[in-house]
Design a binder for this molecule. Sequence first.
Ligand code: ADP
Ligand code: MG
Length: 331
Amino acid sequence: MKGLAELGEFGLIDHIRARFPQPVAPELGIGDDAALLSPSAGRQVVVSTDLLAEGIHFDPGFGPARLLGRKSLAVNLSDLASMGAIPRWFFLSLAIPAGFSLETIEGFLDGLAEQAAEHNCILAGGDTCGSKGGLTISVTIMGEQRPELILKRSGAQPGDDVWVSGSLGDSALGLKLLMEGVRLGGAHDPLLLRQLDPTPRCELGLKLAEAGLVNAMIDISDGLLADLGHICEQSVCGAEILLGQLPLSPALYTCSSKQPVFPWPLVISGGEDYELCFTAPRCNREAIQKISKTAGIPLTVVGKVTNSRQVQAILPDGTNFQPSASGYTHF
Ligand code: ADP
Ligand code: MG
């Protein structure tokens, strides 16, 4: 296989273009100074961007490059899912250290192409440059939705149920295990894969938006407490979470039962769950459970929206849980 230096910037861009289906005319993807894209009639464009920096968001030693490729798009897809938007296009910007292995880039592109195909998302452009630090990956995603269906953080109403999809804490526990030296290929794979290969809840987000049952929604990237806190800020309300009702996976239970104290901080503040958290009027419970069944994804009521201005977490014994930090922050 050729090296990166031999291939060069434009050789690499040509190679990337050849690996991804391109938009069909009159749209324009990779190859000109800018892309030309048209949303469907009556739909608004929904855009989100995420940066993944080596040493901060990922450690190349934790898993194969293919999973990093999948995750780079998954975290962006999750942002569209939380708005109830349909993914359409994405942009890939790479800062690559000199001498970087082309095989690793190939593995990364394999995973990215898989995830893009799974969600019908077209690579429409990007940027490529060298890096004097580690590998940096930036993905910008564009989706679309009818404006009246788009879900925001700002619609929660006091009295609403607070719901979460799937299970919480697996990804944070997976990261902890990876940092302790555990690798793929053993009994902890279900936990490690929640960290290395998260599943964006795109179809679920779309179904909830189309059903018109939800008042506010967010995806859980920084931990339930922090992200529900964002809903509360934007909606000018508070929330009460019953920790005993949080959905936890069998894998997390098994692992946590060996600990002297239950790892609530991992579950509510660990982050990178990429589950959806949303609020909805109580009268919509049955209809939401139906959506859960058709989507094949558990949905659980974990608390309620209140008139106060804080997010309170209540332990199974009825006392207040006081977290030392509410979620991951960079600075
Ligand atoms: P400019 O000099 O204007 O930044 P480039 O030569 O970087 O243009 O890009 C040429 C074309 O290749 C553009 O269409 C751009 O979107 C695309 N492109 C560059 N890097 C990437 C990448 N990493 N992934 C996808 N498309 C890319
Ligand atoms: Mg460029």
